[in-house]
Design a protein around this ligand. Sequence first.
Ligand SMILES: [Zn+2]
Length: 125
Amino acid sequence: MLVACLVFAGVRAASVYLHELSHSAVALLYRLQPQIHLRLGGSSCTTVPGAAAAGSGAVAVIRHSGWVFSLLLAIAATYACTSVAMVAALWLTALDAISSDALGWTPRSHRVRVCCNAIPLTWEL
Ligand SMILES: [Zn+2]
């Protein structure tokens, strides 16, 4: 049980980081300079200064890249991985990403929600 909890926590932290990296990688394609802010036990985020100047299409692509990446990662792990803890952590990150990146739900507390896109140029996890 302890091992499963450690796996869950480790994969959860790694998937949050990868989620933020996906936002950043796409922002770099637009020649922007994203900044990732990781907070263990809290909300992590990616900020992209100047994204608005790149256009609303760029902002949308950068924002949606996060949930698409996390969802694809969770789907792949579901078929390729035998660890329930690992798959559960990836799906938790994917669901958090969908609720914020795709649906735009604003978290009440950044300690609870993984990703917040209420501010167009800031993606928090
Ligand atoms: Zn995100």
